[in-house]
Write a protein that binds this ligand. Structure first.
Ligand code: SF4
Length: 333
């Protein structure tokens, strides 16, 4: 990777006073200009909190440590004014439920117009022309008529397109899409993912696609980072990670995906749940659910190490490509 657009180093987020209650624990991650990165993991793995922390969007009681640099400029602890100039303009974020982000009592034309005025100083005829262009770019037909609609008059898919248009209003260098399709049905999900891919291709914008669903990220990103209990447990090029996952957690996630071909089989589930902050063992957070756990896994946190070209995993074991932890019996709880 050349000079990263965003470089996260040693990022920590604490909501309590005990270091073991960390929601994000020493995350290192870099995104190149124009790159598409998938961040996957179950609910509670720290995917969203990582990016909310990076953008200074967490409540005041959250303590954020480490470093987040945007083209070298430090964002952790940066003044509110600097963060306001970054949010929406350099880095935009969209969320799972657009109806919770759009104002229900304002027409969508007005909401888009406000975003354009704030981020690019556009108003009047220029603002309306750009509003129409953005709605057209996100595939909303009859855009002029839609300007006077309220969010409740639009379907979930159309509201998500409006959210994407608002995110594009500032012409960001990076769009962080946090579970953008989870609330949508399968056909609309595919349309929104294709839309994001097309926009990225046309604008050169980088994309971070956050999802609990490896299937969603598989076809839409070039690199994948897997998070578990606030830590980055595996990271690699999409093909490497899907063909030869090296961390038992990633193997478990892949084993849980349904297949379209071959004989019908019972879906494999990873037993247990992600530990709450403060309830994970001092060593590897995945140990209580890992079929390969050894005694040292409970007390020694595994370091991230290189397991291939551009491929890293945080596990004490040297798991070879092709080995599947899913085939082994699970460890005792
Ligand atoms: Fe499993 Fe131990 Fe590796 Fe953690 S370090 S994933 S518990 S084998």
């Amino acid at each position: 990777m050349g000079v990263p657009l965003v470089e996260i180093a040693g990022l920590t987020v604490d909501f309590g006073n005990d270091w073991r209650s960390r929601a994000v624990d020493g995350v290192d991650l870099a995104i190149a200009p124009g790159e598409a990165l998938g961040v996957v993991g179950e609910s509670g793995s720290g995917k969203s909190v990582t990016w909310l922390a990076a953008l200074g969007l967490l409540p005041a009681r959250a303590r954020v440590g480490g470093s987040v640099r945007l083209e070298g400029q430090q964002l952790v602890g940066a003044p509110a004014r600097l963060l306001e100039s970054v949010r929406g303009k350099r880095i935009a974020m969209i969320f799972q439920d657009p109806s919770s982000c759009l104002n229900p009592v304002h027409r969508i034309g007005r909401q888009l117009g406000e975003a354009l005025k704030l981020h690019r100083g556009l108003s009047g005829a220029a603002g309306e022309a750009e509003t129409l262009r953005l709605l057209d770019q996100v595939g909303i037909a009859d855009a002029k008529r839609r300007l006077s609609d309220y969010p409740h008059q639009l379907s979930g898919g159309l509201n998500q397109r409006v959210m994407i248009a608002m995110a594009l209003a500032g012409q960001p260098d990076l769009l962080v899409a946090d579970e953008p399709t989870t609330a949508l049905d399968a056909t609309i999900q595919a349309q929104i993912l294709a839309l994001l891919a097309g926009i990225r291709r046309d604008t050169g914008m980088a994309l971070v696609l956050i999802s609990h669903d490896l299937g969603v990220v598989a076809e839409n990103v070039s690199r994948v980072a897997v998070m578990y209990a606030g830590r980055l447990v595996e990271e690699g090029l999409g093909q490497d990670l899907f063909d030869a996952p090296r961390h038992p957690y990633t193997q478990g996630l892949l084993a849980a995906l349904p297949t379209l071909t071959g004989p019908r089989r019972r879906l494999a589930a990873i037993p247990g749940t992600v530990p709450e902050p403060g309830k994970a063992p001092a060593g590897c957070s995945f140990a209580p659910r890992c079929p390969l756990a050894e005694p040292r896994c409970m007390s020694e946190p595994p370091a991230s190490r290189r397991v291939g070209l551009l491929h890293r995993a945080a596990c004490h074991l040297q798991i070879e490509p092709g080995f599947s932890a899913g085939a082994l019996p699970r460890a005792a709880e």
